[in-house]
Design a protein around this ligand. Structure first.
Ligand code: HAM
Length: 438
């Protein structure tokens, strides 16, 4: 039997409805904040991710699925490496949405000088070659927003407020969410801070794991996220980002917190929150569903240098993304079925006979034209078999068309719960059904 790739999932039934609901709620809420939807290609040039996300990140170094056209694949095997491929021949499946959206903003000049900002949201599959486990997939789905051209700390606060509102509208109890924030500084103060952390790790080199020693060279701040307990204990005494901010970054962070306080949004400051992507500057944040055991359900932050890294003019930016699969798991744990109930339907049953079948065909057309989800039999079942099938579909009403009904120009409407039956004129069928479905 053919099998799906490890770490991927098929979306159908209630799970698909859950994914669609996440998009519906996003469209409504993010729309109120002025965001429009964007879709960028699932494959981009590798450089888009390398420049944006950062060469030294795990996402770029270990997790990106590379894409090679069939024609080039054998060349690549023969060459042994990709050094002779042109940049446009080196492609990858997107591991996240931000770099591609920023590339699209630059390429399509969506934030021309002095013009309105670009406020974009997306709902897309992402691909990361991680070890699959609960809430960690190789193809997963994110809903995210990117806001280009806003430097004011009010924008950071609004993004976070919108994110928390989004979680609530999806069904999370506010108390079940833990919002963690931090500021990572900017191009003015972060380089010196990174050096301090690097020096700290090297001072404790004999206590740190091999990975952290490597991190010290390429990306020292990642040591705060080491899975090794002892490394984390050591890093608890390391210099912290909020204590090493320049004046502007400190003022920005204080202002974001004031706005959050004014909006009554509860948060925890975690001075070790560094996030796994290199483009962040200043505000970063993550949200966890307490006790769900699926890791962060969403995260984001400001990235004032990213547009330049993708070849555009200096433009501030910020955004976040949330993970559909983790949200569905966390909500299920709280007893909330994100996909809700299957939509109500009506079943049209008829007795055998050409005239009855033709009447059933007409009834289906009339009901569907009125927007009613309508099912019927397409396998020549007996009337009893059709009733059984109506139950399987969860039909609320059954329209019954026998020879007598058709001759009299009526249809029998059977309530599938109370089993009460009434006759209605055939011409009024859709209205009568709509009235009963409420
Ligand atoms: P991220 O923290 O890498 O940020 O991912 C955002 C969310 O995607 C996570 O909080 C998690 O819910 C979900 N997620 C990540 N990896 C997986 C996985 N392997 N399986 C299932 N779910 C996963 C970003 O991607 C940034 N682009 C967010 C952002 C937008 N920052 C600014 N703008």
């Amino acid at each position: 039997m053919a099998q799906k790739v490890q770490g991927t999932e098929d979306l159908y039934g209630g799970y698909m409805r859950a994914w669609q609901r996440m998009q519906d709620v996003a469209r409504e809420l993010f729309g109120a904040y002025g965001f429009d939807m964007i879709e960028t290609p699932a494959i981009e040039q590798v450089d888009t991710f390398v420049h944006g996300i950062g060469e030294s990140t795990d996402v770029v170094r270990k997790e990106m699925f590379r894409v090679v056209s069939g024609a080039l694949f054998s060349d690549l095997l023969a060459l042994g490496d990709e050094s002779r491929l042109k940049p446009r021949q080196r492609m990858a499946m997107r591991p996240e949405g931000t770099a591609g959206v920023v590339r699209a903003v630059v390429e399509n000049n969506l934030v021309p000088q002095g013009a309105a900002p670009a406020k974009l949201w997306y709902a897309e599959a992402m691909f990361r070659g991680e070890r699959p486990q609960k809430g960690r997939l190789r193809q997963f789905h994110q809903v995210g927003v990117e806001w280009l051209g806003a430097s004011d700390p009010a924008a950071d606060a609004e993004c976070i407020i919108m994110l928390m509102e989004y979680f609530e509208r999806l069904g999370f109890a506010r108390e079940s969410l833990r919002l963690v924030i931090n500021s990572m500084g900017d191009a003015a103060c972060r380089p010196a801070y990174r050096e301090k952390v690097r020096a700290f790790i090297m001072d404790h080199a004999d206590e740190m794991c091999e990975d952290c020693l490597e991190r010290a060279q390429v990306n020292p701040l990642r040591a705060f996220d080491c899975k090794n307990d002892h490394c984390r204990e050591v890093m608890a005494a390391a210099p912290l980002a909020p204590d090493n901010l320049c004046e502007e970054c400190a003022a920005h962070y204080a202002s974001v917190k004031r706005y959050l306080d004014a909006a009554g949004v509860a948060y925890v400051e975690d001075p070790t929150l560094v996030r796994g992507l290199d483009y962040y500057t200043r505000t970063v944040f993550e949200v966890e569903a307490v006790g769900a055991g699926v890791g962060a359900i969403g995260g984001g932050g400001r990235y004032d240098g990213l547009v330049e890294l993708e070849g555009g003019k200096p433009t501030p930016g910020l955004g976040f993304a949330v993970g559909f699969e983790r949200i569905a798991l966390a909500l299920a744990e709280q007893g909330v079925e994100l996909g809700g109930e299957a939509p109500a339907c009506v079943y049209v049953a008829c007795t055998p006979g050409e005239v009855e079948r033709a009447a059933a065909f007409d009834a289906c057309r009339a009901l569907r034209a009125a927007g009613v989800r309508t099912e019927a039999d397409y396998q020549g079942r007996s009337l009893k078999g059709q009733f059984k099938q109506a139950d399987k579909f969860g039909a609320l009403l059954c329209v019954i068309l026998g020879g007598n009904e058709v001759a009299a120009g009526v249809a029998t409407l059977r309530d599938m719960v109370s089993h009460e039956q009434v006759e209605v004129p055939f011409g009024r069928l859709a209205d009568e059904v709509l009235a009963r479905l409420g």
